[in-house]
Design a protein around this ligand. Structure first.
Ligand code: GRF
Length: 198
């Protein structure tokens, strides 16, 4: 059975690209049926076009139109991939999985949640002086950067790190972790958990 997923993204799109490229090679398992960006000129839209993935620019304030478009594409799951806005309860209800008891909406966040939710998470962790940080892929609920955790992966802060090198180390983890989490949640080999996984 092919799982139909859509992507919401606002920016560069390395995570969205990793998901699209995985799907292109595994089309009997997962299909990216479309991408929405709230930003008209987001580079991620170009990444979709190059891969012949249908895409649309729909501003965040028209979330009802976003839902309509996702439903028209037949999306069963949504991956937020650098989507810099909070989705509404109505959005989550549209993708609610009653059997599993949670939404079929995933997000990637660059910290070991529940630590450092919100914007600039790499910077927050770096400034706080943590010795270890990481990346989290989780299911989305009504709270900011919150919901059952699918996968987390940590990395260390090195002695000579500046913010850029610290962030680079995390970013190298993100793309593969998102694909691994998506696979795990789709084939049910990973059971999302309410608490920190690491
Ligand atoms: C990533 O750091 C992701 O964790 C965060 O936003 C950034 C998006 O990067 N939510 P990209 O657009 O996927 O390259």
């Amino acid at each position: 059975m092919t799982h139909k997923i859509a992507i919401l993204a606002s920016g560069t799109g390395t995570n969205a690209t990793a998901i699209m490229d995985y799907a292109a090679l595994n089309s009997n398992f997962v299909s990216v049926v479309g991408m929405i960006s709230n930003k008209k000129d987001a580079p991620v839209l170009q990444r979709a076009e190059e891969r012949k993935v249908p895409f649309a620019h729909i501003p965040h304030k028209y979330q009802d139109r976003q839902i309509d478009q996702l439903n028209a594409w037949g999306a069963e799951w949504v991956c937020l991939a650098g989507y810099m806005r909070i989705v509404t309860s109505e959005f989550l209800r549209n993708f609610r999985d009653d059997d599993r008891g949670y939404s079929r909406v995933l997000n990637i966040h660059p910290s070991l949640l529940p630590e450092f939710p919100g914007m600039e998470a790499y910077e927050q962790a770096f400034v706080a002086g943590v010795q270890e940080s990481g990346v989290t892929v989780h299911l989305v609920d009504e709270q900011l950067d919150h919901g059952p955790i699918i996968l987390q992966k940590s990395f260390n802060r090195e002695e000579n790190d500046n913010l850029a090198s610290f962030q680079d180390r995390g970013r190298k983890i993100e793309n593969q972790l998102y694909v691994d989490a998506l696979i795990g949640v789709l084939n049910k080999s990973i059971e999302p958990r309410q608490q920190k996984v690491l």
